[in-house]
Design a protein around this ligand. Sequence first.
Ligand SMILES: C[S@@+](CC[C@H](N)C(=O)[O-])C[C@H]1O[C@@H](n2cnc3c(N)ncnc32)[C@H](O)[C@@H]1O
Length: 180
Amino acid sequence: MQDAPRFPHAHLAEPSSWVVAHASLVPAGGTVLDVAAGGGRHAKFFADRGHRVTAIDRDIGALIALAGIDAQRADLENGKPWPLPGRQFAGVVVTNYLHRPLFSALAASVAPGGVLIYETFAHGNGQYGKPDNPDFLLNDNELLDAFARDLRVVAYMHGYVDSPRPALVQRIAAVRGAAH
Ligand SMILES: C[S@@+](CC[C@H](N)C(=O)[O-])C[C@H]1O[C@@H](n2cnc3c(N)ncnc32)[C@H](O)[C@@H]1O
């Protein structure tokens, strides 16, 4: 029998409102990295905006079906090395995925002038549903603590959202270098 999915809404095709709201921080013409891209809702969103997109997941079945996406299969956990060492991107997008050992690689993957857009569930989310395992839930200020040293925080939010479903989330948008 298959394990229950960590996050039950991976099938949602609509891009996150947080990603949409901060997409204009990705410099025009820059390449976007979608980490743990799943069905590719953000890979597709940025490709449709004219960006080249690299999308990583351990399961790229859905991603290879998307036109214009560089789909890369990689295990981002289990002690595996970061699959794109030394590469930097105009946009790095992570949603509904948390593996804390990746934080430094994610920050290093943001090119000068580029942006990290990250959103996932926060502690206490269990009262609304899955995920409820603390391993997959952010603590207070955790994204700030992880990224504010290397990147300049443009926007941050921690709290309740009712869309696309009731949840507690934490979100950050942070750029490398001066505002643009
Ligand atoms: C909840 S989905 C989120 C997908 C996408 N970011 C979104 O928000 O629509 C989590 C994704 O993480 C991927 N994932 C989980 N563990 C992984 C691992 N060890 N290496 C690579 N990808 C992994 C899963 O395959 C899944 O696509």
